[in-house]
Ligand binder design. Structure first.
Ligand SMILES: [Zn+2]
Length: 134
């Protein structure tokens, strides 16, 4: 019997307490959707609805007199690969001047608006911008 819980699979834990001494521990696993409950009326139960299930359970337990004692991150979730490419060299093909107003053109590797996002050449004079097709 081990006294050290194996929590390598746990991403985040919520701990609730009740005035009668009951304790509930809700674990969200690192897969992002498995929710496991220890203690309380759902002891040993498991769901697969992620944070939505956690919110649902917290609401339910609070309605039953439990209080959230603490919650804490156990392990980081699986890393999402967001490539960090701060040293992107400027690609070839920058226009000498803006074709619209002839002002100088600058390169912005992270230009974005509500419609598009990506590398762009931007005019310093008007709003012209040409997106690179990567
Ligand atoms: Zn321009």
């Amino acid at each position: 019997m081990t006294t050290t819980p194996d929590d390598a699979h746990v991403q985040h834990t919520w701990q609730l307490t009740h005035d009668n001494g009951d304790e509930i521990s809700i674990d969200l696993w690192t897969d992002g959707y498995t929710v496991h409950v220890d203690g309380g009326p759902d002891n040993g139960e498991q769901w697969e609805g992620g944070r939505a299930d956690v919110d649902h359970l917290l609401t339910k337990y609070r309605a039953n007199g439990y209080r959230l004692a603490r919650d804490y991150a156990v392990n980081d979730p699986e890393p999402h690969d967001e490539p960090v490419e701060d040293d992107d060299p400027e690609p070839d093909g920058r226009p000498e001047r803006c074709p619209e107003c002839s002002a100088p053109v600058v390169y912005d590797p992270r230009f974005g608006d509500e419609f598009r996002e990506g590398a762009a050449w931007l005019c310093t004079g008007c709003k012209w911008g040409q997106y690179l097709t990567a």
